[in-house]
Design a protein around this ligand. Structure first.
Ligand code: XIL
Length: 373
Protein backbone atom coordinates (compact mmCIF):
# COMPACT_ATOMS: atom_id res chain seq x y z
CA UNK A 1 0.00 0.00 0.00
CA UNK A 2 2.84 2.34 0.90
CA UNK A 3 4.36 1.78 -2.52
CA UNK A 4 1.06 2.06 -4.35
CA UNK A 5 0.14 5.49 -2.95
CA UNK A 6 3.10 7.51 -4.29
CA UNK A 7 2.81 5.60 -7.54
CA UNK A 8 -0.83 6.56 -7.84
CA UNK A 9 -0.03 10.17 -7.00
CA UNK A 10 2.72 10.25 -9.60
CA UNK A 11 0.44 8.64 -12.19
CA UNK A 12 -2.27 11.20 -11.48
CA UNK A 13 0.17 14.12 -11.83
CA UNK A 14 1.45 12.69 -15.10
CA UNK A 15 -2.05 12.15 -16.41
CA UNK A 16 -3.21 15.66 -15.48
CA UNK A 17 -0.15 17.32 -16.96
CA UNK A 18 -0.32 15.27 -20.14
CA UNK A 19 -4.02 16.13 -20.51
CA UNK A 20 -3.15 19.78 -20.11
CA UNK A 21 -0.50 19.66 -22.75
CA UNK A 22 -2.81 17.78 -25.12
CA UNK A 23 -5.45 20.41 -24.47
CA UNK A 24 -3.04 23.26 -25.25
CA UNK A 25 -1.76 21.45 -28.30
CA UNK A 26 -5.34 20.91 -29.47
CA UNK A 27 -6.32 24.53 -29.12
CA UNK A 28 -3.36 25.86 -31.02
CA UNK A 29 -2.97 23.52 -33.95
CA UNK A 30 -5.91 21.20 -34.48
CA UNK A 31 -7.76 22.62 -37.43
CA UNK A 32 -9.07 21.64 -40.83
CA UNK A 33 -6.23 23.40 -42.60
CA UNK A 34 -3.56 21.61 -40.54
CA UNK A 35 -5.26 18.25 -40.75
CA UNK A 36 -5.35 18.46 -44.54
CA UNK A 37 -2.16 20.46 -45.10
CA UNK A 38 -0.46 17.66 -47.01
CA UNK A 39 -3.55 16.98 -49.14
CA UNK A 40 -5.21 20.17 -50.41
CA UNK A 41 -6.13 23.70 -49.40
CA UNK A 42 -9.24 24.03 -47.24
CA UNK A 43 -11.09 27.23 -48.03
CA UNK A 44 -14.19 29.22 -47.15
CA UNK A 45 -16.24 31.85 -48.95
CA UNK A 46 -16.34 35.07 -46.93
CA UNK A 47 -19.18 37.56 -46.74
CA UNK A 48 -18.57 41.28 -46.21
CA UNK A 49 -18.76 41.18 -42.40
CA UNK A 50 -16.21 38.42 -42.33
CA UNK A 51 -13.97 40.37 -44.70
CA UNK A 52 -14.30 43.43 -42.47
CA UNK A 53 -13.59 41.26 -39.41
CA UNK A 54 -16.52 42.78 -37.53
CA UNK A 55 -16.67 39.82 -35.14
CA UNK A 56 -13.31 38.90 -33.62
CA UNK A 57 -14.41 35.38 -32.65
CA UNK A 58 -15.42 34.65 -36.25
CA UNK A 59 -12.24 36.27 -37.56
CA UNK A 60 -10.04 34.05 -35.43
CA UNK A 61 -12.05 30.95 -36.35
CA UNK A 62 -11.50 31.69 -40.05
CA UNK A 63 -7.77 32.24 -39.51
CA UNK A 64 -7.49 29.06 -37.47
CA UNK A 65 -9.42 26.67 -39.69
CA UNK A 66 -8.90 27.79 -43.29
CA UNK A 67 -5.88 28.43 -45.48
CA UNK A 68 -7.77 29.68 -48.53
CA UNK A 69 -10.51 32.26 -49.05
CA UNK A 70 -12.96 33.16 -51.82
CA UNK A 71 -15.12 36.31 -51.82
CA UNK A 72 -18.78 35.26 -51.62
CA UNK A 73 -19.94 38.36 -53.51
CA UNK A 74 -17.63 41.37 -53.52
CA UNK A 75 -15.65 40.49 -56.65
CA UNK A 76 -18.66 39.90 -58.87
CA UNK A 77 -18.98 42.43 -61.68
CA UNK A 78 -22.00 44.28 -60.22
CA UNK A 79 -19.87 45.21 -57.20
CA UNK A 80 -16.36 45.45 -58.66
CA UNK A 81 -17.23 47.18 -61.93
CA UNK A 82 -20.67 48.72 -61.34
CA UNK A 83 -20.48 51.27 -64.17
CA UNK A 84 -18.71 51.09 -67.48
CA UNK A 85 -16.05 53.57 -66.40
CA UNK A 86 -16.08 52.91 -62.68
CA UNK A 87 -14.36 50.19 -60.69
CA UNK A 88 -14.84 49.85 -56.94
CA UNK A 89 -12.00 47.90 -55.35
CA UNK A 90 -12.64 48.89 -51.72
CA UNK A 91 -14.11 45.64 -50.39
CA UNK A 92 -12.00 43.44 -52.67
CA UNK A 93 -8.87 45.22 -51.38
CA UNK A 94 -9.88 44.34 -47.81
CA UNK A 95 -10.49 40.74 -48.88
CA UNK A 96 -7.01 40.47 -50.41
CA UNK A 97 -5.39 42.16 -47.39
CA UNK A 98 -7.04 39.62 -45.09
CA UNK A 99 -5.75 36.71 -47.13
CA UNK A 100 -2.27 38.21 -47.21
CA UNK A 101 -2.29 38.83 -43.46
CA UNK A 102 -2.86 35.11 -42.86
CA UNK A 103 -0.73 33.93 -45.75
CA UNK A 104 -3.72 32.22 -47.37
CA UNK A 105 -4.30 30.92 -50.89
CA UNK A 106 -6.49 33.65 -52.39
CA UNK A 107 -9.06 32.79 -55.03
CA UNK A 108 -10.83 35.41 -57.17
CA UNK A 109 -14.52 34.85 -57.99
CA UNK A 110 -15.53 35.70 -60.69
CA UNK A 111 -14.55 37.64 -63.82
CA UNK A 112 -17.24 36.63 -66.33
CA UNK A 113 -20.66 35.49 -65.15
CA UNK A 114 -24.18 36.15 -66.40
CA UNK A 115 -25.54 36.47 -62.82
CA UNK A 116 -24.88 39.41 -60.51
CA UNK A 117 -23.72 41.03 -63.71
CA UNK A 118 -23.11 44.78 -63.86
CA UNK A 119 -26.16 46.21 -65.69
CA UNK A 120 -24.08 48.13 -68.24
CA UNK A 121 -22.74 44.81 -69.58
CA UNK A 122 -26.27 43.72 -70.49
CA UNK A 123 -26.78 46.74 -72.71
CA UNK A 124 -23.99 45.76 -75.10
CA UNK A 125 -25.31 44.84 -78.55
CA UNK A 126 -22.32 44.07 -80.79
CA UNK A 127 -19.08 42.12 -80.82
CA UNK A 128 -16.71 45.10 -81.11
CA UNK A 129 -18.17 46.76 -78.01
CA UNK A 130 -18.22 43.43 -76.13
CA UNK A 131 -14.61 42.72 -77.04
CA UNK A 132 -13.56 46.15 -75.72
CA UNK A 133 -15.63 45.67 -72.58
CA UNK A 134 -14.17 42.22 -71.86
CA UNK A 135 -10.71 43.61 -72.46
CA UNK A 136 -11.17 46.55 -70.10
CA UNK A 137 -12.97 44.49 -67.42
CA UNK A 138 -10.60 41.53 -67.30
CA UNK A 139 -7.35 43.40 -67.89
CA UNK A 140 -8.05 46.10 -65.30
CA UNK A 141 -9.13 43.70 -62.56
CA UNK A 142 -6.52 40.99 -63.11
CA UNK A 143 -3.69 43.55 -63.44
CA UNK A 144 -4.87 45.33 -60.31
CA UNK A 145 -4.34 42.16 -58.27
CA UNK A 146 -1.44 40.75 -60.26
CA UNK A 147 0.82 38.66 -58.03
CA UNK A 148 -1.61 38.96 -55.11
CA UNK A 149 -4.29 36.50 -56.25
CA UNK A 150 -3.42 32.83 -56.65
CA UNK A 151 -6.27 31.74 -58.91
CA UNK A 152 -9.25 33.23 -60.75
CA UNK A 153 -12.59 31.91 -61.87
CA UNK A 154 -12.31 33.40 -65.35
CA UNK A 155 -15.71 32.19 -66.54
CA UNK A 156 -18.49 30.92 -64.29
CA UNK A 157 -21.46 28.79 -65.39
CA UNK A 158 -21.21 29.08 -69.18
CA UNK A 159 -23.05 25.80 -69.74
CA UNK A 160 -26.64 24.61 -69.91
CA UNK A 161 -27.62 21.29 -68.35
CA UNK A 162 -27.39 19.57 -71.77
CA UNK A 163 -23.80 20.69 -72.20
CA UNK A 164 -24.46 23.40 -74.78
CA UNK A 165 -23.36 26.99 -74.21
CA UNK A 166 -25.75 29.06 -72.13
CA UNK A 167 -27.42 31.99 -73.87
CA UNK A 168 -25.83 35.07 -72.29
CA UNK A 169 -25.01 38.57 -73.43
CA UNK A 170 -21.43 37.36 -73.97
CA UNK A 171 -22.50 34.53 -76.30
CA UNK A 172 -25.13 36.65 -78.04
CA UNK A 173 -22.79 39.51 -78.91
CA UNK A 174 -19.34 37.95 -79.27
CA UNK A 175 -20.12 34.32 -80.10
CA UNK A 176 -18.68 31.15 -78.56
CA UNK A 177 -15.11 32.43 -78.68
CA UNK A 178 -15.78 34.82 -75.81
CA UNK A 179 -14.41 32.07 -73.58
CA UNK A 180 -11.10 31.90 -75.42
CA UNK A 181 -10.87 35.69 -75.41
CA UNK A 182 -11.58 35.86 -71.65
CA UNK A 183 -8.93 33.27 -70.78
CA UNK A 184 -6.34 34.86 -73.09
CA UNK A 185 -6.95 38.32 -71.63
CA UNK A 186 -6.61 36.99 -68.07
CA UNK A 187 -3.37 35.15 -68.88
CA UNK A 188 -1.93 38.24 -70.53
CA UNK A 189 -2.78 40.42 -67.53
CA UNK A 190 -1.14 38.02 -65.06
CA UNK A 191 0.76 35.16 -66.70
CA UNK A 192 1.39 33.40 -63.39
CA UNK A 193 -2.11 33.27 -61.90
CA UNK A 194 -4.05 29.99 -62.15
CA UNK A 195 -7.09 30.27 -64.43
CA UNK A 196 -10.24 28.24 -63.77
CA UNK A 197 -13.48 27.39 -65.51
CA UNK A 198 -16.13 27.03 -62.75
CA UNK A 199 -19.62 25.47 -62.88
CA UNK A 200 -22.27 23.52 -60.97
CA UNK A 201 -23.88 20.14 -61.58
CA UNK A 202 -20.89 18.79 -63.47
CA UNK A 203 -21.86 15.33 -62.23
CA UNK A 204 -24.61 15.41 -64.84
CA UNK A 205 -23.01 13.40 -67.65
CA UNK A 206 -24.23 15.66 -70.48
CA UNK A 207 -23.06 18.83 -68.77
CA UNK A 208 -19.74 17.22 -67.86
CA UNK A 209 -19.22 16.28 -71.50
CA UNK A 210 -19.89 19.91 -72.39
CA UNK A 211 -17.34 21.07 -69.82
CA UNK A 212 -14.73 18.64 -71.13
CA UNK A 213 -15.34 19.95 -74.67
CA UNK A 214 -15.13 23.53 -73.41
CA UNK A 215 -11.73 22.91 -71.80
CA UNK A 216 -10.44 21.06 -74.87
CA UNK A 217 -11.58 23.91 -77.07
CA UNK A 218 -9.69 26.45 -74.93
CA UNK A 219 -6.58 24.28 -75.11
CA UNK A 220 -6.96 23.86 -78.89
CA UNK A 221 -7.25 27.63 -79.26
CA UNK A 222 -4.01 28.14 -77.33
CA UNK A 223 -5.62 29.63 -74.21
CA UNK A 224 -4.10 28.83 -70.84
CA UNK A 225 -6.51 26.99 -68.53
CA UNK A 226 -5.17 25.59 -65.27
CA UNK A 227 -8.19 24.14 -63.57
CA UNK A 228 -11.82 23.18 -63.46
CA UNK A 229 -13.79 24.29 -60.42
CA UNK A 230 -16.71 22.09 -59.45
CA UNK A 231 -19.02 24.15 -57.29
CA UNK A 232 -20.37 21.22 -55.26
CA UNK A 233 -23.81 22.46 -54.20
CA UNK A 234 -24.98 19.00 -53.27
CA UNK A 235 -27.48 17.27 -50.98
CA UNK A 236 -27.57 14.23 -48.69
CA UNK A 237 -28.23 11.80 -51.54
CA UNK A 238 -27.11 13.25 -54.84
CA UNK A 239 -24.79 13.27 -56.62
CA UNK A 240 -23.50 9.76 -55.97
CA UNK A 241 -19.87 9.20 -55.02
CA UNK A 242 -19.38 7.40 -58.34
CA UNK A 243 -20.57 10.45 -60.24
CA UNK A 244 -18.30 12.75 -58.25
CA UNK A 245 -15.38 10.42 -58.83
CA UNK A 246 -16.08 10.39 -62.56
CA UNK A 247 -15.81 14.19 -62.70
CA UNK A 248 -12.45 14.10 -60.93
CA UNK A 249 -11.17 11.51 -63.39
CA UNK A 250 -12.55 13.20 -66.51
CA UNK A 251 -11.24 16.68 -65.71
CA UNK A 252 -7.84 15.61 -64.44
CA UNK A 253 -7.42 13.57 -67.65
CA UNK A 254 -7.38 16.92 -69.46
CA UNK A 255 -4.19 17.84 -67.61
CA UNK A 256 -5.84 20.50 -65.44
CA UNK A 257 -6.26 20.78 -61.67
CA UNK A 258 -9.58 19.95 -60.09
CA UNK A 259 -10.96 21.99 -57.21
CA UNK A 260 -14.25 21.81 -55.34
CA UNK A 261 -14.97 25.48 -55.06
CA UNK A 262 -18.36 26.04 -53.38
CA UNK A 263 -19.07 22.94 -51.32
CA UNK A 264 -22.24 22.80 -49.23
CA UNK A 265 -24.69 19.98 -48.57
CA UNK A 266 -28.35 20.88 -48.30
CA UNK A 267 -30.47 18.86 -45.87
CA UNK A 268 -33.75 20.38 -47.06
CA UNK A 269 -36.27 19.15 -49.63
CA UNK A 270 -35.88 20.48 -53.13
CA UNK A 271 -38.98 22.36 -54.33
CA UNK A 272 -38.50 21.10 -57.86
CA UNK A 273 -39.49 17.65 -56.63
CA UNK A 274 -42.98 19.02 -56.09
CA UNK A 275 -45.40 17.76 -58.72
CA UNK A 276 -48.73 19.30 -59.59
CA UNK A 277 -49.92 22.84 -59.01
CA UNK A 278 -52.64 22.63 -56.42
CA UNK A 279 -52.89 26.11 -54.86
CA UNK A 280 -54.33 24.60 -51.67
CA UNK A 281 -51.07 22.77 -51.16
CA UNK A 282 -49.30 26.05 -50.48
CA UNK A 283 -49.29 26.45 -46.67
CA UNK A 284 -48.80 22.77 -46.07
CA UNK A 285 -46.04 22.77 -48.65
CA UNK A 286 -44.11 25.61 -47.01
CA UNK A 287 -43.98 23.80 -43.67
CA UNK A 288 -42.99 20.68 -45.50
CA UNK A 289 -40.30 22.62 -47.28
CA UNK A 290 -38.83 23.97 -44.02
CA UNK A 291 -38.89 20.91 -41.78
CA UNK A 292 -36.20 21.97 -39.25
CA UNK A 293 -36.89 25.64 -38.46
CA UNK A 294 -35.37 25.47 -34.93
CA UNK A 295 -32.71 22.76 -34.97
CA UNK A 296 -31.49 19.77 -36.92
CA UNK A 297 -32.57 16.35 -35.57
CA UNK A 298 -29.68 14.12 -34.48
CA UNK A 299 -30.46 11.53 -37.14
CA UNK A 300 -30.04 14.11 -39.94
CA UNK A 301 -26.96 15.58 -38.25
CA UNK A 302 -25.44 12.10 -38.38
CA UNK A 303 -26.51 11.59 -41.99
CA UNK A 304 -24.87 14.91 -42.92
CA UNK A 305 -21.69 13.95 -41.07
CA UNK A 306 -21.53 10.60 -42.84
CA UNK A 307 -22.11 12.23 -46.22
CA UNK A 308 -19.28 14.73 -45.61
CA UNK A 309 -17.05 11.91 -44.40
CA UNK A 310 -17.68 9.80 -47.50
CA UNK A 311 -17.05 12.77 -49.79
CA UNK A 312 -13.80 13.70 -48.05
CA UNK A 313 -12.68 10.07 -48.21
CA UNK A 314 -13.13 10.28 -51.95
CA UNK A 315 -11.25 13.60 -52.07
CA UNK A 316 -8.38 11.99 -50.17
CA UNK A 317 -8.34 9.05 -52.58
CA UNK A 318 -7.76 11.56 -55.40
CA UNK A 319 -5.66 14.07 -53.51
CA UNK A 320 -3.02 14.01 -56.24
CA UNK A 321 -5.57 15.56 -58.63
CA UNK A 322 -7.28 17.97 -56.24
CA UNK A 323 -5.89 21.39 -55.37
CA UNK A 324 -8.47 22.98 -53.10
CA UNK A 325 -11.73 22.26 -51.29
CA UNK A 326 -13.66 25.43 -50.45
CA UNK A 327 -16.82 25.51 -48.36
CA UNK A 328 -19.43 28.04 -49.51
CA UNK A 329 -19.49 29.87 -46.21
CA UNK A 330 -18.14 29.47 -42.70
CA UNK A 331 -21.27 28.55 -40.73
CA UNK A 332 -24.89 27.51 -41.27
CA UNK A 333 -26.25 30.96 -40.41
CA UNK A 334 -24.29 32.53 -43.26
CA UNK A 335 -25.29 30.05 -45.95
CA UNK A 336 -27.04 31.30 -49.08
CA UNK A 337 -29.08 28.06 -48.90
CA UNK A 338 -31.23 29.62 -46.14
CA UNK A 339 -32.65 31.84 -48.88
CA UNK A 340 -32.28 29.81 -52.03
CA UNK A 341 -34.23 28.41 -53.78
CA UNK A 342 -36.87 29.33 -51.18
CA UNK A 343 -36.47 32.40 -48.97
CA UNK A 344 -36.36 32.19 -45.17
CA UNK A 345 -35.73 28.49 -44.51
CA UNK A 346 -33.28 27.03 -41.97
CA UNK A 347 -30.69 24.96 -43.75
CA UNK A 348 -27.65 23.27 -42.18
CA UNK A 349 -25.19 22.68 -45.03
CA UNK A 350 -21.79 23.60 -43.54
CA UNK A 351 -19.27 22.41 -40.94
CA UNK A 352 -19.98 24.99 -38.22
CA UNK A 353 -23.41 25.61 -36.68
CA UNK A 354 -25.20 28.91 -36.12
CA UNK A 355 -23.15 29.49 -32.94
CA UNK A 356 -19.95 28.74 -34.88
CA UNK A 357 -19.48 25.45 -33.02
CA UNK A 358 -17.96 22.56 -34.95
CA UNK A 359 -20.62 20.09 -36.06
CA UNK A 360 -20.49 16.32 -36.18
CA UNK A 361 -19.55 16.63 -39.86
CA UNK A 362 -16.43 18.57 -38.83
CA UNK A 363 -15.46 15.85 -36.35
CA UNK A 364 -15.99 13.10 -38.90
CA UNK A 365 -13.77 14.89 -41.41
CA UNK A 366 -11.10 15.42 -38.75
CA UNK A 367 -11.35 11.79 -37.63
CA UNK A 368 -10.58 10.71 -41.18
CA UNK A 369 -7.16 12.21 -40.56
CA UNK A 370 -7.21 10.64 -37.05
CA UNK A 371 -7.10 14.04 -35.39
CA UNK A 372 -9.44 14.51 -32.49
CA UNK A 373 -10.73 17.90 -31.55
C1 XIL B 1 -24.31 33.28 -54.18
C2 XIL B 1 -24.03 34.00 -52.86
O1 XIL B 1 -23.70 33.06 -51.88
C3 XIL B 1 -25.23 34.81 -52.44
O2 XIL B 1 -24.93 35.61 -51.29
C4 XIL B 1 -25.70 35.71 -53.58
O3 XIL B 1 -26.89 36.38 -53.21
C5 XIL B 1 -25.94 34.91 -54.85
O4 XIL B 1 -24.76 34.18 -55.17
N1 XIL B 1 -22.84 29.81 -57.63
C6 XIL B 1 -21.86 30.76 -57.55
C7 XIL B 1 -21.85 31.71 -56.39
O5 XIL B 1 -20.93 30.76 -58.36
O6 XIL B 1 -21.30 32.95 -56.73
C8 XIL B 1 -23.23 31.87 -55.80
O7 XIL B 1 -23.11 32.67 -54.63
C9 XIL B 1 -23.85 30.53 -55.51
C10 XIL B 1 -24.00 29.71 -56.77
Amino acid sequence: MNIAKPFLLMATILLVSSCNSVQKHTDATVSLKNAYKDNFYIGAALDTNQIKETDTMVASLIAKEFNSITPENCMKSMFLHPEKDKFDFKMADKFIALGEKHNMFIHGHTLIWHSQLAPWFTQIKDSVTMSAALNNHITTIVKNYKGRIDSWDVVNEALNEDGTLRKTVFLDTYGKDYLTLAFKLAAKADPKVDLYYNDYNLCNAKKRKGAVALVKNLQKNGAKIDGVGEQGHWNLITPSLDEIEQTILDFSALGVKVSFTELDISVLPNPWDVVGADVNQKSEASEKMNPYPKSLPDSIQTQLAERYEAIFKLFLKHQDKIDRITLWGVNDGQSWLNDWPIKGRSNYPLLFDREFKAKKAYNNIMNLKEIKR
